[in-house]
Ligand binder design. Structure first.
Ligand code: KG4
Ligand code: ZN
Length: 345
């Protein structure tokens, strides 16, 4: 069965052809990131226009790389939400037209569920004896630019254990990078810089939440802002400023990752589960990946991480989630529309 995945929730336009549940024949991503950099964040109008200009070309590339024709496609899976409405509508309208033209089924996919599903496409988990398939029960840690949540997944249902009460973790990375005068998106830049800094240079207080698995990242962002304002008064020379940036990056990353890891492990223990699945743009973070692996190993838990090629927004994860929903009997009608606020659960 050949599934076409279409992803246009934000600044990426992506098409992927997936054979069966996990053979990725192609996964083309056209990003408009370079067009937003001057603005320090995504400009919705520019993002949707890019999607509109690129979608047909990206589909052509995906078909060519897979060596398939439009007529070979059996199912179309498209991101329904959450995301930017203009970008979402481009993908959904395109998918509906194609589904009508080819006379094949259409499925709307939740972008957040798809991010977690990405780690089950080609992966076998981190256990010494690799598992052959997706576990029936697992804890999901979603870390992206717009969302941070912990969920418990079983065959019958998904339960929200906690989420961020303010900024998402990716958003915090982007804002801290901006405060430090670094580029956009801040996540990969801070990740790189942190490797050269001292993680113990600055201490940030762990935020207290009413619900044990909720997160908060706006406090640490404000703490970095005050720190930078205070240190700037010291009139550092260029080398001192560079070292300061590295130390702040390393200390910020150290704290954030420890909070994410400790809550994930205690949620997994509390739910009596042994598998952890991670998804979203921040799952590319090198320190988060290392610490999760070390800690999961120490607790004899299996860690499912997406390959780096599938951490950011991509259509392969949409195709996979759509394929699984189709197997469970889900279908969407031509009433399908983009839903910017589509909830995870
Ligand atoms: O999942 P994603 O591609 O888009 C959303 O659906 O939000 O996530 C984008 C976020 C951005 O905030 C970006 O800074 C962050 O993921 N990110 C990272 C890294 N790579 C991307 N954050 C930390 N470390 C990274 N290596
Ligand atoms: Zn995403």
């Amino acid at each position: 069965m050949l599934t076409l995945g279409i992803e246009t929730s934000c600044d990426e336009t992506s098409c992927s052809l997936l054979e069966g549940p996990d053979r990725i024949l192609s996964n083309i991503v056209s990003s408009s990131l370079f067009k937003h950099q001057a603005f320090g964040g995504v400009v919705p109008e520019i993002a949707s226009r890019h999607c509109l200009e690129q979608i047909d070309f990206v589909l052509g590339q995906a078909l060519e790389q897979a060596g398939r024709k439009r007529e070979d496609i059996d199912l179309i899976a498209v991101t329904e939400g959450p995301g930017l409405i203009g970008s979402l509508l481009v993908g959904v309208c395109f998918a509906k037209a194609l589904s009508f033209d080819l006379g094949i089924p259409l499925i709307g996919v939740n972008h957040l569920e798809a991010h977690l599903e990405a780690c089950f496409i080609t992966n076998k988990g981190s256990f010494e004896k690799p598992r052959k398939r997706k576990p029936d029960k697992f804890i999901g840690l979603l870390v992206s630019g717009g969302h941070t949540s912990l969920t418990a997944h079983s065959k019958k249902r998904v339960k929200l254990l906690g989420e961020t009460v303010d900024d998402a973790v990716g958003e915090a990375y982007d804002k801290v990078a901006k405060i430090l005068g670094l580029g956009y998106p801040g996540g990969p830049i801070l990740d790189r810089l942190a490797r050269e800094g001292n993680p113990n240079a600055y201490r940030f207080t762990k935020p207290k939440q009413n619900r044990p698995y909720d997160f908060s990242f706006s406090g640490i962002k404000t703490a970095v802002l005050y720190l930078v304002e205070k240190e700037k008064k010291k009139k550092m020379n260029e080398n001192e400023w560079k070292l300061f940036q590295k130390n702040v990056a390393a200390s910020f990353q150290f704290s954030v990752v420890e909070w994410l890891v400790s809550k994930t492990i205690s949620a997994t223990n509390a739910q009596k589960m042994t598998d952890i699945a991670v998804g979203g743009g921040v799952s590319a973070n090198s320190h988060l990946r290392t610490r999760l692996k070390e800690t999961a190993d120490a607790h004899q838990m299996a860690l499912w991480l997406p390959p780096l090629s599938l951490t950011g927004d991509n259509a392969a994860m949409i195709a996979r989630q759509g394929y699984r929903s189709y197997q469970r009997g889900k279908r969407s009608s031509f009433k399908l529309s983009g839903n910017p606020n589509l909830a995870f659960i």
